[in-house]
Design a protein around this ligand. Sequence first.
Ligand code: BGC
Length: 366
Amino acid sequence: MKKLLKGAAALTALALALGAGCTGKGAGETQNRGAAAAKIGVAMPTKSLQRWNQDGDNLKRQLEAAGYAVDLQYGGENDIQIQVGQIENMIAGGVKVLVIAAIDGGSLTEALKAAKEKNIPVIAYDRLIMNSDAVSYYATFDNTKVGAMQGQFIVERIDLANAAGPFNIELVTGAPDDNNVNFFFGGAMSVLKPHIDSGKLVVQSGQTTIAQCATPNWSSEESQKRFENLIQTYNYRPGGTKLDAVLCSNDSTSIGVTNALVGAGWNRDNFPITTGQDCDLPAVKNILAGVQTMSVFKDTRILAEKTVGMVDALIKGSQPEINDTTTYDNGTGVIPSYLCEPVVVTLDNYKAMLLDSGYLQESQIQ
Ligand code: BGC
């Protein structure tokens, strides 16, 4: 509630500062009449993953189409200091709204104090920014559902309801400084833990906490290294210890795990069930090659559209669209959020979900 009021306060302050009203016209018409387009700062974490390039491109294109000027920056290779500097420059450079996908959700508290002082509303994009009362809104996917879908997929593919078991599983999640990990891993474990507790799913390594299963920077190299160690220690090989499933919170971690498993002799005929998230191109190719079983599709075009809608509402002094006011507390209160819907993608539906929707081109996956 506190945050809802704060979100509304940020909105009123910005509208007064801009002298903007709700004309019911398109943003471009309102923005460009007689004045320079308002500048929106967009901070993305890295260019090294396909999804953030798409996020940045989608946001820039859609914001520009709505009549805004865009300052889009990528934080090097997930470099926290670079991102902090970029955000400070955006604030000094007069942006009217900040859209930030944080590298480290807890590292922006100081930098964002200046945004608050200047009445610049901050939209946390995809990842929640922690411990900052400058954050007005949050646009993301239903991150708990992403994890629950991965867990549920494993349960159904193994057919835990009917099969005797026990079945071996290992768990891999992402960067511990990304608040999303708590929701991805939490969602997956809400489904898997009862089966681990009952002994039907067995984690031979005993590694079941976020700290034990984390992958710094969501790096494929790191997840590969950790998994090669697990293979070595528990002899997870065809003819050795049977490995039935690997929960991977996203595609970049799944790619590292796939590399390790293929290196240990697993192939499309016996490959353990592996999960992912993002439908990044290399992961989709792995799905087609039978060395990743599923990914969770989060259509970044929709996330960008919802975020641009929030920016536009803030600039015009109207209420941004939200659909969640209970889930995401950033340490200063609950941040009003819009959660987009994730979708499971497998060999069975990738054509409809990814190709027919224009998200990927057929030529890219051949
Ligand atoms: C995003 C995922 C992404 C991961 C690594 C998470 O915060 O929600 O889509 O795979 O970061 O970049």
